[in-house]
Design a protein around this ligand. Structure first.
Ligand code: HEM
Length: 249
């Protein structure tokens, strides 16, 4: 197939050690074999769903780091206490960085890249829920953004406070879909299949970006938190910031 021919032309061959996701799809056999169009659909989903969300979440987190220098400094102190200065933070360090994890959770609460879940229900009869009239034919979706900004669920919902996620026991909110106060990857049958990979990627990138650089506003205009709902919930105006090498501070 085309992909293999390009590989062969590049002289890379297709041995196990260099095989990638496309090779795995091409190697599926018998009843697992996929049509070309299905492979294109899967690759599109994985590439699009997996890059857009991760990039947008990182941008929101960096915006928050610029706005809250004391929180940024606390995360950097945590990284410095866990990682020797002569090496780069790695994924094996992540379990030892609870404050960094809390920052990611708090950003997912305030700026969920996927604010509307496709966990939809169709009203087949006219009905009332409380004072609301729901006509037959209405599709109801879960508005995760609204839940994560609800002051009956989250004290001071408009305040960026990673500390709220350092609580232990019952107060510890799990974000992988078991706790509907914060389900930024959805929940149930249509939950995000890339959630573990997405979270690990964002945490590792953030740890590396904070270990190396101090993030500051580029000018006096500050950070604009206006939102814009496209395929994901993006910053309406992209973050512009200054990154200063930390060992030159
Ligand atoms: C921080 C990163 C990510 C966030 C916040 C996120 C969030 C979400 C959300 C909210 C949904 C919809 C759930 C629903 O509608 O009920 C979703 C679906 C999906 N995500 Fe992610 N995602 C992330 C990373 C990834 C990655 C890395 C991949 C793939 C490598 C991925 C692949 C998908 C796919 C294929 C779906 C559709 C699942 C379906 O419709 O059944 N996502 N994601």
């Amino acid at each position: 197939m085309e992909h293999r021919m390009i590989r062969a032309a590049e002289g890379q061959g297709c041995d196990e050690s260099s095989s990638d996701f496309v090779d795995v799809l091409l190697d599926l056999e018998e009843e697992n074999k996929l049509q070309h169009s299905d492979m294109v659909a899967i690759l599109w989903e994985m590439i699009f769903r997996g890059t857009d969300t991760v990039a947008i979440l990182l941008e929101w987190i960096l915006a928050r780091m610029v706005m809250h220098p004391e929180i940024q400094a606390k995360a950097q102190a945590e990284i410095d206490s866990v990682v020797d200065s002569d090496r780069t933070v790695s994924d094996t360090d992540l379990p030892n960085l609870p404050y960094l994890h809390a920052i990611v959770k708090e950003t997912l609460r305030m700026h969920p890249p996927g604010p509307l879940l496709s966990w939809a229900r169709l009203a087949i009869h006219d009905t009332h829920i409380g004072n609301h009239f729901i006509p037959a034919g209405t599709t109801a979706m879960v508005n995760m953004w609204s839940i994560t900004h609800d002051q009956d669920i989250w004290p001071d919902p408009e305040e960026f406070k990673p500390e709220r996620f350092l609580l232990q026991g019952e107060d510890n909110v799990h974000i992988m879909g078991s706790d509907l106060r914060l389900a930024p990857f959805g929940s149930g049958r249509r939950v995000c299949p890339g959630k573990a990979m997405g979270l690990a990627t964002v945490e590792l990138w953030l740890a590396m970006l904070l270990q190396r650089f101090k993030w500051m506003a580029a000018d006096d205009s500050g950070v604009d938190l206006s939102e814009c709902l496209k395929l994901s919930l993006e910053m309406k105006n992209s973050l512009v910031s200054k990154a200063i090498m930390r060992n030159q501070e």
